[in-house]
Design a protein. Structure first.
Length: 277
């Protein structure tokens, strides 16, 4: 009887925790979606309205037409693709070196790489701005791509995955006179598809949603991305157009949701097989 009660309590506890976590993540998204189909009056109403009987889908059209949407969208695509390519070029060799090579100071250097994950962008943006300014890269796509060209978290995750590849497989490839690049891209990467897909998704989300670098490293709208463009919606209806802003945010989320649906299985596999060694 006691065992059954403990099992029931354990199961109930899990359900309660899962429900709380679900509500924490669901409620903000629901409120954003709900606000996006309200009228201006309903967004200012107190107490707030938690359901609308006459959704205002015209808000999405207004958000789309109030800014140069395609211009900002194009910039976001260029920057995000550039970041993805550069991170592939930098993260894969670094992770491979930390996983399969022995060299002096390897542990210290890897520790330094991990330590950079604790440094906020706001702390280093001034030197980054000065460097890019001297290189005359401000207001170019490079100014938004280069600060995100490497990922310490990506190096860590891919290194952990590379450590699980059997050494015998690599030695056999070297006996067949396979070069290091061929081993990395023809053997290691295909065996780490789940981790690579997860990193690509996380990088895509981070770069697509990035507001900070696009704001501080540009002085005009020439290369500014969609998150910065969405903020211009504040000027609609005298600066209180929360419904239009939320509609714009919802439009911006569509590519992220599509990418997540496609890659969700790979994410679960990656975290299942990535352990600390």
């Amino acid at each position: 009887m006691r065992k059954e009660m403990k099992q029931i309590a354990k199961t109930s506890g899990r359900w309660i925790i899962n429900l709380i976590l679900f509500m924490i993540f669901f409620i903000p998204f629901y409120w954003m979606a709900l606000t996006s189909i309200k009228t201006l009056g309903q967004t200012l109403q107190s107490p707030p309205v938690f359901w609308v009987s006459n959704p205002q889908f015209i808000n999405f059209v207004t958000a789309f037409e109030s800014i140069e949407f395609f211009h900002y969208f194009k910039n976001s695509v260029i920057v995000t693709v550039g970041v993805l390519i550069l991170q592939l070029v930098t993260v894969v060799p670094a992770a491979y070196a930390f996983a399969r090579y022995e060299f002096k100071g390897k542990g210290i250097l890897f520790g330094v790489v991990l330590a950079t994950t604790m440094i906020p962008a706001q702390l280093v943006f001034l030197p980054v701005f000065l460097i890019l300014s001297k290189m005359e890269l401000i207001n170019t796509y490079w100014s938004l791509i280069l600060p995100q060209a490497a990922s310490a978290f990506g190096i860590f995750m891919l290194r952990q995955n590379f450590l699980q590849v059997p050494k015998e497989l690599i030695e056999a490839a070297r006996l067949d006179k396979a070069g290091e690049l061929k081993i990395m891209f023809r053997i290691m990467l295909p065996m780490s598809r789940s981790t690579v897909a997860t990193l690509a998704l996380l990088t895509f989300i981070g770069s697509w949603n990035d507001y900070f670098w696009a704001k501080v490293l540009t002085t005009s709208d020439a290369v500014r991305t969609l998150p910065v463009g969405i903020t211009a919606l504040r000027d609609v209806d005298g600066g209180v157009a929360n419904h239009i802003i939320m509609a714009g945010n919802l439009i911006m989320l569509i590519p992220i949701l599509i990418a997540f649906i496609i890659a969700q299985k790979q994410i679960l596999k990656a975290f299942a097989y990535t352990g600390v060694k």
